[in-house]
Design a binder for this molecule. Structure first.
Ligand code: OOG
Ligand code: MG
Length: 259
């Protein structure tokens, strides 16, 4: 039997030290998504034991562009902790990261619990606010290469999250232009419609998937809807800014060197 605790310690140490590891499925070809989520839960528990606090979840691979970029065709989710938070307009250090990338996102802030099978209207009724956001992802696997079980075990590559100013929950987010710029140059251009046809569907999927794992989304939780475009590698010195039509912009500056 595979020792899921040992695998959790492995991915946790890789993330903590910024040291890349072999795909778990190299040594454990039978590892499936269910086992991957068990490894994720155990590895995040190690962070919570070190004093980190859960702040919400992230959805991943909710757009065709993202699925194509990483070669995994399944919507996934991961857990966010306060240690991943980047202040709006603040500096992000590459230190302790392996090969970080950035991607444009939309975030929901919840005001009510949400779990199980819900309609888009029910999901919207649980939303306190929406915000433009960016996620920094950083696969702990060599060359950013993984399959479904690997990436799920690695907490869906989560590494950092930055939110812009909160907007009213009633803002129409169905089809908003999204432009991500590095040092002023557009590096990704897309639309929120790329996120499952409507970002609210990512929240619907989030409610279903956390319930399958025996969990629930809580008031105060952040839920990232998943990137609308491919992710872009980060380098020290870059200024990264994403503008989302009707929601405004969000930015950070990159310092330091990756591990
Ligand atoms: C997996 C995480 C995907 C997104 O927004 O689609 C993700 C990865 O790309 O490494 O965060
Ligand atoms: Mg993402």
């Amino acid at each position: 039997m595979t020792d899921l605790n040992a695998l959790a310690a492995l991915v946790d140490e890789a993330a903590r030290t910024g040291t890349p590891i072999a795909q778990l499925t190299d040594a454990h070809p039978d590892l499936d998504a269910t086992a991957g989520y068990a490894v994720q839960r155990l590895s995040i528990q190690r962070r919570l034991n070190r004093g980190e606090r859960r702040i919400g979840i992230k959805m991943g691979l909710t757009s065709r562009a993202k699925m194509r970029q990483v070669g995994v065709e399944e919507v996934i989710w991961g857990r966010l902790t306060d240690a991943m938070r980047i202040g709006e307009g603040a500096e992000l250090s590459l230190a302790g990261r392996v090969h970080p990338r950035v991607e444009p996102e939309i975030a929901f802030l919840l005001k009510k619990p949400l779990a199980g099978r819900v309609s888009p209207a029910e999901a919207l009724a649980a939303v306190e606010a929406v915000a433009p956001a960016m996620e920094v992802i950083d696969s702990r696997y060599h060359n950013f290469k993984f399959n479904l079980a690997d990436v799920v075990a690695d907490n869906a590559s989560s590494s950092g999250v930055v939110l812009g100013a909160l907007r009213p929950a009633g803002t129409d987010i169905a089809n908003l232009g999204m432009v991500m710029r590095i040092d002023g140059q557009p590096v990704q251009i897309g639309s929120s419609v790329a996120i499952l046809g409507h970002p609210l569907r990512a929240l619907v999927a989030a409610a279903r998937l956390v319930a399958e794992a025996g969990e629930t989304l809580s008031p105060g939780d952040i839920v990232l809807a998943g990137a609308a475009t491919e992710a872009v590698p980060l380098r020290a010195g870059q200024h990264v800014r994403t503008e989302v039509q009707a929601l405004g912009s969000v930015a950070f500056t990159v310092t330091g060197e990756a591990a």
